[in-house]
Design a protein around this ligand. Structure first.
Ligand code: NAG
Length: 374
C-alpha cells in the first residue's frame, strides 16, 4: 500500500479523535484503559488530607524522627504535616525571591518560585535533600528555612528538569534524575509527546561534590530508588512505560536491565522496609497515548493545536484515575491498587509506605491520600 496514503489516513483518524475530545470529552468512552489483571479497585477508600492553600504535593518524606510527611507543593514551598487538628506548617523554600509567589498554581512562575519534586532525608544527618525541577539539588537542615544550592550545573550545562532523588547514606552518594536536557517541567507535555529522549540518571558525591552521568538518552527519566542492599538503582522511564535497573555492585556492575514493563506512565518509585518498591502511575496507557508516544509526529501535531492542559491530559491518560503497583526486588508485580473511577485519587505521583499505611502524593491534586494496608 502507498505509505503516504496510510500516513494521511492515520493523521485524519488522530485529528478526528482530537476534535471529538476537544468538543466533548465525555462522549468518548472507547478511550477507557484496559483493566490490569489482579488489580484491586480499592484506592477510593483512602482518607483525604487537604493541603491547605496549596496543590500538587508531588513527593512525600518522613524525617528520621518520624515527623511528617513533608510535601513539596506547586508554589515552591515544602510543608510539614503536624497531625490532625494542627494541619500543615511551612518548613522550607528553595527560592529566596518569593515576593510574587502568591498563587497556589502558577507554572509560569516556577522558575522564580521553585518547584520541589523529589524529597529525601539523610537518615544520619537529618538534612533534607531536594530535587527542585528548576534549581537542581538543594539541601536544608533539620530546622528548615531557605534551602542551600548543592548542584545547579553538570559539566557547565544548567540542570533543566531535576526530578527525583535517593540517597546512599553509608557512602554519602545522591542518585537523581534530570528528566530532560531540552524541556523544563512546565513543558512536560512537550517532552512526553515529542519523543524527547534526553533524560539522565546521575550520581552526586556529597563530600567531593563530584557529579557523574550514569545513564543518558532516557525517555523522561523520573522516579529513582536504590535497592535495600544498594546493589542496584532503579530509574523510571515515564514515556517508555518501564523501569530500568542499573547494577552498582557485583558481577553485573554497569549493566542495565529492564526491571519492569508497566501498563502506564510511572512517576516516583519508593522502597518499603522489606526492600519492595511502590510505583505510582501518573495515568494508564491507552490506545491513543500509545500511538502518540510511539509516533512522535502525532504528538507534534497535537502540540500545535490549541488544547488546554486538561484536554491534553485526557488525550494522554483517558479518564483520570489512580494506579499504584508494588514490585518485588526481582521486578515481579506483587500488588496493584487502583481507584478506577477516580472517585478520590487521580494523577498520583508517589506512594510511600509507612507503618501499615500508604501515603499518596499527586502532582496536580490539592490533597494527599492515606490508605490503610490492612
Ligand atoms: C566521594 O568523594 C570522597 C572525597 O573525594 C572520596 O574519598 C570517596 O571515595 C568518594 N565516594 C565514592 C563512593 O566514590
Amino acid at each position: 500500500m502507498n505509505s503516504k496514503l496510510v500516513l494521511t489516513a492515520a493523521y485524519l483518524v488522530v485529528l478526528a479523535v482530537v476534535l471529538a475530545i476537544y468538543q466533548d470529552p465525555s462522549r468518548i468512552n472507547f478511550h477507557a484503559p484496559p483493566p490490569i489483571p489482579g488489580s484491586r479497585d480499592d484506592l477510593h477508600t483512602a482518607q483525604i488530607v487537604n493541603v491547605t492553600a496549596a496543590v500538587g504535593p508531588e513527593s512525600l518524606a518522613v524525617d528520621p524522627r518520624g515527623r511528617g510527611p513533608y510535601a513539596g507543593v506547586a508554589d515552591g514551598r515544602i510543608l510539614r504535616w503536624e497531625g490532625d487538628g494542627l494541619g500543615w506548617s511551612e518548613f522550607a523554600v528553595t527560592s529566596s525571591h518569593r515576593e510574587e509567589c502568591v498563587r497556589v498554581f502558577a507554572p509560569e512562575m516556577e522558575h522564580i518560585c521553585g518547584r520541589p519534586l523529589g524529597l529525601k532525608f539523610h537518615k544520619k544527618t537529618g538534612n533534607l535533600y531536594i530535587a527542585d525541577a528548576y534549581f537542581g539539588l538543594r539541601v536544608v537542615g533539620p530546622n528548615g528555612g531557605l534551602a542551600a544550592p548543592l548542584l545547579t550545573h553538570v559539566h557547565g550545562q544548567p540542570l533543566l528538569f531535576t526530578n527525583d532523588i535517593d540517597i546512599d547514606e553509608d557512602k554519602d552518594l545522591i542518585y537523581f534524575t534530570d528528566s530532560s536536557t531540552t524541556f523544563q517541567r512546565r513543558q512536560f507535555f512537550s517532552s512526553a509527546m515529542s519523543g524527547d529522549k534526553t533524560g539522565r540518571l546521575l550520581k552526586y558525591n556529597i563530600s567531593s561534590k563530584e557529579v557523574t552521568v550514569l545513564l543518558k538518552d532516557l525517555a523522561f527519566a523520573n522516579g529513582v530508588a536504590l535497592s535495600k542492599d544498594r546493589s542496584f538503582v532503579l530509574v523510571a522511564e515515564t514515556t517508555n512505560s518501564r523501569i530500568l535497573k542499573l547494577w552498582l555492585h557485583g558481577p553485573n556492575v554497569g549493566n542495565v536491565d529492564v526491571f519492569a514493563k508497566l501498563p502506564g506512565y510511572p512517576d516516583n518509585i519508593r522502597r518499603n522496609q522489606n526492600g519492595e518498591f511502590w510505583v505510582a502511575l501518573h495515568s494508564k496507557k491507552g490506545a491513543i497515548s500509545n500511538l502518540i508516544v510511539s509516533k512522535s509526529w502525532t504528538g507534534n501535531i497535537l502540540l500545535k493545536l490549541p488544547l488546554s492542559v486538561k484536554q491534553l491530559h485526557y488525550i494522554m491518560g483517558g479518564k483520570a484515575h489512580a494506579t499504584a503497583i508494588k514490585l518485588s526486588e526481582d521486578g515481579n508485580v506483587l500488588d496493584v491498587l487502583e481507584d478506577c473511577e477516580g472517585k478520590r485519587l487521580r494523577f498520583i505521583s508517589e506512594v510511600e509506605e509507612n507503618k501499615g499505611k500508604l501515603w499518596i502524593g499527586s502532582v496536580l491534586m490539592p490533597f494527599i491520600g492515606i490508605y490503610n494496608l490492612h
